[in-house]
Ligand binder design. Sequence first.
Ligand SMILES: [Zn+2]
Length: 312
Amino acid sequence: MKKIMVSIILLSIISLTLYGCFPEKSNSEAEKNTLTVYASIYPLYDFTKKIGKEKVNVHLIIPAGAEPHDWEPSAKLMAKIQEADLFIYNGLGMESWAERIIQAVDHPDLIVVNTSDNIEWLELGEEDDHHHDKESKHSYDPHLWLDPLRAMQQAEHIKNALIEADSKNKDFYEDNFLKLKEEFLKLDKEYQIALSQLSKNEIVVSHAAFGYLADRYNLRQLSVSGLSPQAEPSPNEMANLTDFIKEHNVEYIFYEPLSNSKLIEVIAEETGVKMLTLNPLGNITQEDLDEGKDYFSIMRENLESLKKALTE
Ligand SMILES: [Zn+2]
């Protein structure tokens, strides 16, 4: 009996000791197994989640519902981003504050991912010459993600960076990326087929976010406010736009969920055209996020809007 008691006490001591040890160990291991990632805009956040799944803890830097063009992170958030494993951004002047993070970084382990690298950029036309980043000397259109094939290249940059940060899970990231790649190709096919059957190809949009989409599927984009949703067109530009709508038999004009549609309403009223949503996806609304929508479902909603607008 005494022996049994001693054994029980010993066992208790051992298990208590183990209990005391293990949670701490498994905690630090769990931390090591999860990459902390900050992604600037919604599409990049969505792609990162789809490639990294449970192995990444992804934060969307620009909060859902915020208009992404003029948004700036606080100093506190900037500091947090610098302590992460990865900072993923779009580039081409979309995030005027990204440069400050890169320059200020004193955390040698932070992997910075410019997802616009090695992608065929489009120069801006004269009419769209409103830069997102006014200090930038470049005049390239930043809205790469609205072309599914360029978005796929952005996702590939993200995949490569996740592997760089966490090479032991290379196969996991490669597999998830392959599945995602299939999704992009499927979406591209749907756009190709649907848009090649339509009789019209001119779209009048709120801000010039759809240049890459137009480039991919042979559409022509006319924008009310150029590259920045906040820019105000001159009376002359407004007159040109209403003339264009009348001359080209445009029946629908597109507005965006996250920016002021006042000008679009004025034009619609003046010309008698109807309004439809076309989402530039620079961010997502909280409502869409809560409903479980993602890049692909919103791109398909956009396709439905385009089909409606471009059918005679
Ligand atoms: Zn934009």
